[in-house]
Design a protein around this ligand. Structure first.
Ligand SMILES: Nc1nc2c(ncn2[C@@H]2O[C@H](COP(=O)(O)OP(=O)(O)OP(=O)(O)O)[C@@H](O)[C@H]2O)c(=O)[nH]1
Length: 442
């Protein structure tokens, strides 16, 4: 139902549509409207959210046991298994809570003093002022569950994290197939989550540990070995290269619907492929690939999908990926890496005393950000776009040209080339510019 037709809006119908439109672009937060310095009635907010097309759908909700507060680390209360329910409270009670979190799109710079704040953005595209949440001082992450996922590149372990900074479910894709062996003999320290392997409650059963993924070896009907709680101390494996890590940012368009405006789908595929390759060690031996992709729900370099879609239209109008963000009132890159660093630490990686990490990226900001977070980056490994490599497409390849999702092949095209060049020329990505002479046909 169109917003202005809603019988529930009552006297609030007199609000100008642009104001309501601006409201409808926001979800789950109470916001001030700068114009007229008015503070909008919570009833209006509730009504707008209840009637507009931007209501939360349930597909994205995490499902939790109603006992989740008990069934989490540090609580020794009795846990009784029970049916799973959505963690999200009804919309009405969420709106009453006046909660703000920093997980949603950040307030664009039009609501903060910044020299790049554009003057010409139409009011309906600008977010109303958002009260900045006060972030808790210490970042805490907890791996809630882990499972084995077979991929075309081999088996990976998907870890789902909760944290105390935002309500997004960030992920870690751990590639460490040596852990599938049931003999417990590893040539390198296994990459395991400290919070997952911890004992969560005194009454936790072995089955509960298995269900949340706190097991070792392979989980089968016959083989079911809960993991032991972690011991403190750093395990080092001399002569084994540091694990290969990528911090990857969510990109619905590139990874899910195969957009060729960017190389994100290809990068995700390439990262899993590269990390899964056997690692040469001394005496011409090799060990199975070992590393992690931390998958951060920072869609659109942190501006969110809605704004990224608008940024794409601006790009069609002649902007590049940087100036489109600025025009919408954001910084070129709104991402932060505190949570990613905390996830890596939970996986026992990157500490000063440990083996450090090798980071798969072209982005100098990522290296600097992780180092600021105290992680030891011993090497940067470049990610060369497949379309920029001089390699012929394999004849009779089982993979499809242009398919960007995991298992796909080379992504190419005019839009992508423009995007990649902008990353090098305007965002300082450390990549030699592709020469047109080196085309894929070479
Ligand atoms: N705002 C915006 N975000 C984009 C655009 N194209 C891709 N993204 C997002 O950019 C993020 C990926 O960032 P990239 O700049 O491609 O790469 P990076 O992660 O900074 O650097 P690498 O580690 O070298 O890949 C994902 O969240 C995408 O959704 C765009 O045109 N505009």
């Amino acid at each position: 139902m169109a917003l202005t037709e809603s019988p529930m809006l009552g006297s609030h119908l007199s609000e100008p549509p642009s104001l309501l439109d601006a409201f409808c672009t926001q979800r789950g937060k109470r916001r001030h409207i700068p114009r007229r310095d008015a503070f909008i009635d919570p009833l209006l907010i509730a009504t707008v959210f209840a009637t507009g097309p931007q209501t939360h759908h349930h597909a994205g909700h995490a499902l939790y046991s109603p006992d989740i507060a008990k069934y989490s680390p540090g609580n020794s209360a009795q846990h009784k298994p029970c049916p799973y329910v959505s963690r999200q409270a009804p919309r009405s009670s969420r709106l009453q809570k006046h909660e703000t979190t920093q997980d949603e799109e950040p307030a664009p710079l039009t609501s903060r003093p910044h020299p790049a704040a554009p003057a010409l953005v139409p009011e309906t595209l600008v977010h109303p002022f958002v009260e900045q949440p006060r972030a808790p001082t210490t970042v805490t992450v907890t791996c809630m569950a882990r499972t084995r996922i077979p991929t075309v590149h081999g088996t990976v372990f998907l870890h789902l994290y909760h944290n105390n900074r935002d309500n997004k479910e960030h992920l870690a894709i751990v590639i460490d197939p040596a852990q599938l062996s049931n003999d417990g003999q590893y040539s390198a320290p296994p990459i395991r989550s400290h919070s997952l392997d911890s004992v969560w409650t005194e009454s936790e059963t072995a089955e509960e540990r298995l269900i949340r993924g706190a097991y070792v070896g392979t989980l089968t009907h016959e083989s079911r070995q809960p993991s032991q709680p972690p011991t403190n101390g750093t395990v080092l494996a001399p002569h084994v290269p540091a694990p290969l890590i990528r911090i990857h940012s969510e990109c619905f368009t590139g990874e899910t619907i195969g957009s060729m405006r960017c190389d994100c789908g290809e990068q995700l595929d390439e990262a899993i492929r590269v990390i899964s390759q056997p690692v040469p060690v001394a005496s011409s031996r090799s060990i199975p690939g070992r590393g992690v992709i931390v998958y951060m729900r920072q869609e659109g370099r942190g501006i969110g999908l809605l704004s990224k879609i608008r940024a794409y239209n601006l790009q069609d109008l002649g902007h590049d990926t940087v100036s489109a963000n600025l025009k919408l009132g954001y910084k070129a890159d709104e991402r932060g890496y505190e949570l990613a660093a905390a996830i890596l630490r939970d996986l026992g990686l990157g500490s000063e005393q440990g083996e450090g990490v090798r980071l798969l990226t072209n982005n100098p900001d990522k290296v600097a950000a992780l180092e600021r977070e105290g992680l030891r980056v011993v090497e940067r490994v470049p990610m060369v776009p497949r379309s920029w490599r001089c390699r012929p497409i394999k004849e009779n390849s089982q993979r499809l040209l242009g398919v960007t999702m995991v298992g796909g092949d080379v992504v190419g095209g005019e839009d992508l080339d423009k995007y990649l060049r902008t990353k090098v020329l305007r965002m300082g990505h450390m990549l030699p510019l592709h020469s047109p002479d080196h085309s894929l046909a070479n």
